[in-house]
Design a protein around this ligand. Structure first.
Ligand SMILES: Nc1ncnc2c1ncn2[C@@H]1O[C@H](COP(=O)(O)OP(=O)(O)OP(=O)(O)O)[C@@H](O)[C@H]1O
Ligand SMILES: [Mg+2]
Length: 453
């Protein structure tokens, strides 16, 4: 930043300096020329020796000099002794000098004089020339004075610039350094960092993003630890059973029916272990997004009807009445097989957590711009404190209750993930001993052809 500003300042200062010097020299030349012109005017009014003498006298008291020549170049008057520098200029060829005068020497750096020439007439015939001279020493003094001012201004500007840059870079770099330290900590696995958000600009937003990234990572780390703990717990339980019953089954004094019974338990527990691993594998696949969804427009009533028929025997078997309420002409944009998985999971829960002689309803309703599908049961319900957690992995309301029904607490977490990847939302309402209602909401997809037909 300093180098950039320094360069900009230098370039603009040099430009300004050149401009000022140039216009100052021009001013000097113009005033020299107009002085020569006024001498011409006097000479043209009365061209005689006394006028010449008078002009010479006037110029001898100023810092400019005058030399008047005739057309042949003979000097008629000079206010100062004509020296070599003046002679050089006087020798210059003069053709077509305009009446308003001409600058004949402007290079103040190299020459001793800057000079102008003005022709004067008498009775409309050119009588001679008025040369005006100014010593370039005076001009150089003037310029060096100007340079001093410029130098002073540049130094002053540089000083203020340095102060500004110092404070500005402090203000800019301090939050950047804090953020850099925070990200270094994050990369080393320390997620409990705090990045202060000091401003509302881009830096503030960056700090905010780093903070939320840290929070997210922290949460993920905690969740992963809890998940691993729950999994190892889940795996240990059936393994304990298997080991225990295997030990008993190995006893020699056991009769065949007893041994068969223990082997049966071992078989059941292995099956349970197997299905747990299957579900975990499913979840892992969903996490890395390796599974694809292929959406299509599905007529809802026939889709729900097929799901209904699939689960009806299980409900009838448990003496639970299953109802389906769905209007015709409702269409949804979903992946049918994934969505069936969702509904089967929810219906499986309704079946598991409802008692005999209750009613479970599958209900599809349409409201402005959305379609909702609800699974309503009259089962045991979920305690208010557990409702926020039912979608968490391996979460079961009552461990013993779920064990009796054979659940892992994975169903709803899979359901939620499947609904969300298809662009829907899922929510739950429940009151204990009254029943539970899971509602899935999707943005509606109307099929114009079918609805108009
Ligand atoms: N319809 C329901 N009525 C009462 N409780 C429910 C209902 N649905 C879910 N729950 C509670 O929420 C918990 C989580 O449900 P989830 O479907 O995730 O697991 P699960 O049914 O126990 O096991 P899984 O579905 O993995 O076989 C269940 O243990 C149960 O206590
Ligand atoms: Mg379930």
């Amino acid at each position: 930043m300093f180098v950039c500003i320094f360069l900009i300042e230098t370039v603009s200062m040099i430009y300004l300096h050149n401009k000022v010097v140039h216009s100052r020299i021009n001013q000097e030349l113009e005033s020299l020329k107009s002085r020569g012109n006024s001498h011409r005017d006097v000479l043209e009014i009365s061209y005689d020796n006394s006028t010449l003498h008078h002009i010479g006298l006037m110029e001898s008291h100023t810092d400019t000099d005058v030399v008047i020549t005739n057309t042949k170049g003979d000097i008629l008057l000079s206010s100062e002794k004509v020296n070599s520098g003046m002679k050089k200029i006087l020798k210059k060829d003069l053709t077509q000098v305009p009446r308003k005068g001409l600058i004949i020497q402007s290079s103040w750096k190299e020459e001793r004089y800057i000079a102008t020439v003005t022709p004067f007439n008498s009775d409309k015939v050119n009588e001679g020339y008025v040369y005006m001279f100014k010593n370039t020493g005076d001009v150089e003094d003037l310029i060096s004075q100007l340079n001093k001012h410029f130098l002073f201004a540049t130094l002053l500007l540089l000083f203020f610039m340095l102060i500004t840059i110092y404070f500005l870079s402090k203000a800019l770099t301090r939050p950047l350094i804090t953020m850099k330290e925070a990200t270094t900590k994050l990369s080393k696995g320390n997620f409990s960092v705090s990045v202060p958000v000091r401003s509302k600009d881009e830096l503030g937003e960056l700090a905010q993003s780093i903070q939320s990234l840290a929070n997210e990572l922290n949460y993920l780390k905690k969740e992963r630890n809890e998940f691993l703990a729950s999994i190892s717990h889940e795996l240990r339980t059936p393994l304990t059973y298997i080991k225990g019953y295997a030990d008993i089954a190995r006893r020699k004094d056991l009769d065949i029916p007893e041994r068969t019974q223990y082997l049966e338990i071992i078989h059941e527990e292995s099956k349970r272990l197997n299905s747990l691993l299957d579900e975990l594998f499913n979840i892992a696949r969903m996490d890395v997004n390796t599974f694809t969804i292929s959406k299509e427009t599905v007529p809802l009533s026939s889709f729900l009807q097929s799901v209904y028929e699939k689960v009806l025997p299980a409900f009838t078997n448990k003496n639970i009445q299953l109802n389906l309420e769905c209007k015709d002409n409702l269409f949804m944009d979903i992946d049918p097989s994934r969505f069936e998985q969702v509904l089967l999971n929810l219906l499986d829960n309704a079946l598991k957590y409802s008692n005999e002689y209750t009613v479970t309803t599958i209900k599809a309703t349409e409201s402005i711009g959305s379609i909702s599908i609800s699974i309503i049961d009259q089962g045991v319900g979920i305690p208010r404190a557990d409702i926020p957690h039912v979608f968490d992995r391996l979460y079961r309301v009552e461990k013993s209750r779920a064990r009796a029904t054979g659940g892992f607490g994975l169903g709803l977490s899979i359901v939620k993930q499947l609904v969300e990847v298809q662009g829907g939302t899922i929510s739950v309402k429940s009151s204990i001993e009254q029943g539970t209602c899971f509602t899935i909401i999707f943005k509606e997809k109307k099929n114009e052809d079918s609805s108009s037909s």
